[in-house]
Every structure is written in C-alpha cells, then in structure tokens.
Design a protein around this ligand. Sequence first.
Ligand code: NAD
Length: 552
Amino acid sequence: MSKPRPVRAPRGTQLTCKSWQTEAAYRMIQNNLDPEVAERPDDLVVYGGRGQAARSWEAFDAILATLQDLGVDETLLVQSGKPVAVFKTHPDAPRVLIANSNLVPHWATQEHFDELAAKGLIMYGQMTAGSWIYIGTQGILQGTYETLGSLAHLRGWSSLKGKFVLTAGLGGMGGAQPLAITMNEGIGLVVEVDPERAKRRLEIGYVDAVVDTLEEAMTLVEEALESETPKSIGLIGNAAEIFPELVIRNVIPDVVTDQTPAHDLLNYVPSGLSIAEANVLREHDPDAYREKSQASMAKHVQAMLAFQKAGSEVFDYGNNLRQRAFDYGVKDAFNFPGFVPAYIRPLFCEGKGPFRWVALSGNPEDIYATDRAIKELFPEDQHLHRWLELAKEKVPFQGLPSRICWLGYGERAQAGLAFNNLVAEGLVSAPIVIGRDHLDSGSVASPNRETESMKDGTDAVSDWPILNALINAVNGATWVSFHHGGGVGIGFSQHAGQVIVADGTQEAARRLERVLTVDPGLGIVRHVDAGYEEAIQAAKRHGIQIPMLKED
Ligand code: NAD
C-alpha cells in the first residue's frame, strides 16, 4: 500500500534506472517532493496552491517502478500524474510524455475540474510541479530579481536602494520576494497570513525579520528607509486587511504587488478568518468560502488601485488577482498592468527566458563548475555575473543543487553543449539535467500573464504552446509536458515544458543543440507573428526561417 512518506532523490553516480535519461526523471520527480523543496509533500503538493508531482501515492510509486524498468527505446505516458502506458518508440524520442489538467475548453471550469479531482480523475500540475523540474524558490527568485531589476531600470532608478516595496504571500513562489527585493537593495514588507510559512522563510534566510503587528513592521521599514539599508520584513496578517489599512494611513509604497494564491479561490485566505477557521469553512461550505475569498480580493485590489493613484508602481505578479476582483465588480481592476507586458516582453522577443539546470549527483561542486562555465561563455554579461555571484553567496540549495539564469536564443544551446562537455570530460561527477519554467517566450498562452496585451490581440491563442510541445518532443527532449491552468488557474492558461539531460554523449549533444535552439526560437517566432519589431530584428539576426516574414 503506497503511503505518504519523506521522499528524497538518490544522489551519486550509481544508476537505479537503465540510463541517465530515465534516472534523471526518476530523481527529479522525487526531488520535487523533497521536504526541502515541496510545500506539502504528504499531499504530493510541490508549490502553487495544489500543484502536484503525481496524482496519488499509488501513481507516484507506479511512476518510479516504471522508470526503473524503462528501456532506452521506450516512452512512458503520464496522464494527470498517473502512468497510463509504456510504448516502444526510439532512442531519440522523449522518455516521458506528460499531459496534466487538460480539459476541453467548454468544460474547462474550476467547478468541473474540482469534481474530477475529488474523484481522483485529474490532477493540477501547475507548471513545474507535474513536469518534475521544480527547483525550490531559486527559480522564482531569479525571475523576481530580473523583474524588479527591470522595473527599477524602467523607472530610472539605479536599483531599489531606498525604495519601499509592499507585497504579500510567502509561499512556494512568493517566498522568494523578500530576498529578490534585498538583492536589488530595496526594503520589502511582505504580508503573510500563515505564521508557519513566514517562519520557514525566516529559517532559510529569505526574509530578515518576521513581526506580528503593523506598528512593529512600519517601525522597521522606516528605519531601513532612513538609512537606505536593504531589509525585508514579513508581517503576519491578511493582505486584504493590511493593504487597505496602509491606504487609510496614507502610507504609499514605491512599488506594490502580490503573490497570494489568488488563482485559486479555495486557497486564498479571506479576510476576517484565521487559518484554522479558513480550513473549517473550506471543508464544510466551499461556496461560502469562494464568495468570501472573492470579496476579500476585491478589497485587496481596490487598495492596490488606490496606491497606484497615489503614485506607487503597481503590478500584478501573475496570480490572476485582477481577474478575480474584476469578476466581483471591480471594473477598473485591470488599470494596473501584469508584469509581463510591463517588464518581461522585451526579453521574450529575444527568446530570452528562464534556463535552469540541476546536478543529478547531488554535489554542489558540480553546480559551481557550471557557474564557472557560464561565466566563461558570457564574459561580457555583468548582470548575469552579478546574479551568479549573489546566488552562490545567498541562495541555499533546496533538494538537489541547481542553478537558474535567463538566457536567450543561441546562448541556451551554447550552455547546454558546454555542460555536456563538462560531463564528457569528467569535470562534473554526474550528468546535468536542463529544463525551464513553462513561463517562457514561446511556450505559454496565458492572457492574464505571459501573453497579456499581445500586440495583435492573440493573447488566448494556444496553438503556440502546442507547437512548442510537439517540436520539443520531435527534437528529442528527455521529457515533454503540456499543461492547463498553471499559475493563473483553471481556464486561464495552457503551457508546455521540456527537460533534457546532458549525459556527456554525442547523441545527447545533438539533441541538446536541436532542442535548446528551437525551443527559444519558437519564442522569437511567436513574437514576430504578433508583430513585435524587436522579435523581427532578432529573427533576421539569427537567420530564423519564417515563410511569411517580409524581407526589408
Ligand atoms: P502558495 O499557495 O505556495 O503560497 C501562497 C501564500 O499566500 C501562502 O503562504 C498563504 O498562506 C498566503 N496567503 C493566502 N491568502 C493570503 C492573504 N489573504 N493574505 C496574505 N497571505 C495570504 O502559492 P505560491 O506558489 O507562492 O504562488 C502564489 C501565486 O503566485 C499563485 O497564484 C501562483 O500561480 C502565482 N505565481 C506567479 C508566478 C510568476 O511568475 N509571477 C510564478 C508562479 C506562481
């Protein structure tokens, strides 16, 4: 009988499976559930409210057993976290194909999803939970670091030095916010309703202090602002109460955002309820819970709109908060932008996005070797060097050692080949597995986040992530996934992921070059198609063939 238990990926160079391709999947699904990595491992929840690694403990054990036996010419199919078939394919094919949470559009509602999930027929895969490439909060830390850096740059600030950033949520993703703020030299106040979550971030050094009252928090914020000292403060409280209270007190932060789980009405904690009371209401009267959640989100957004009117830089950080408030009658909820059109799209036009890798050996030295390789490959990129140095100094590894940085078209393939060489030459002790978030330039359709306000209005067209999954499978990524709903919730997004193993072989080198070139290449193409000039220039510069792109 499969039961919840502590799970940790095997380390070292000894194979449990028949090849490093399957060993990588075997280690990474377990790494996703490592107690250092996962938010609620007993429930198989990795991050993002209820993003799971497998549908049930039985399914989890069956996936592990199947991977152990899987041949180098076989492919395992996983449907919403359950292994459903093994087919004979060929050595260059993916070893695992994953489809999570997908529903035909007309039925793609939270209610229908919840009905099926309650019967154990579907699972919420989030983005990297059900596709086995979550690396703890470092992933989102890097994205948040880039986003805040870009925001400061666009506002004409050299950094966030002396700036006050207000936000909420210290969960799986949101927990990265305080460190990303201080890495950008800012002063952060992060409201978190659950003391346990705040404690966890304090323990791993992501937040500098945790306090219980707004008075204590504001004293610390004011002291830090006075001396322009980077500092992050976690405040135990509900954002739907604290944000409006700050508006009433006329405390206007420089920057305001939010990372509560607003994508899921049953996970956001409504104002006026303790965690225990929220748990009881969720269990006994989910409809009443949803109603209270949405009413609270409306108050939460109204406060953010008031901050914006008073001059704060306000943005939605990809949790669908504005949509919830809008649906509840806050007609101007979309007056503040999402972070992608505001700060990230110019990077997407270059095929630039989150590139992450994990040392399957478990040896931190292997990651330091890859850090050095990246620095040598891109000696001119000071921003990248600063990140790698700060990450080494400040970011404790969670689970298997890993690293992330944002790289563009061409750069990702170069990095992948360099890592493969490190493995081939024995300069790292075991293969490196390379993947990315589904949040990337050509892999997602999410009208309230990654594809918000596309130039040609194609925000909701999900042909792109489907093409992305197909081409990555054809090119030989080690595993490929296609998900619905991650990040912003059921009905609001579709996206694809790919993960590929650098095992030091020539075959791997060929696959790495293909996959890591075409994957970001499709990102450029997607933005060319939408009419972005930066993307058109990038496509021409890189010689990407686009049949209907007119020559100058
Ligand atoms: P999570 O469920 O792990 O954590 C959410 C945290 O918010 C929890 O600690 C919870 O206690 C707290 N919380 C809930 N209601 C609250 C309230 N009213 N006031 C204060 N705190 C409250 O979720 P997560 O993984 O941290 O993700 C947060 C949100 O960000 C999700 O909606 C997710 O989809 C979104 N997200 C955005 C990005 C991005 O790129 N911007 C990436 C991933 C996730």
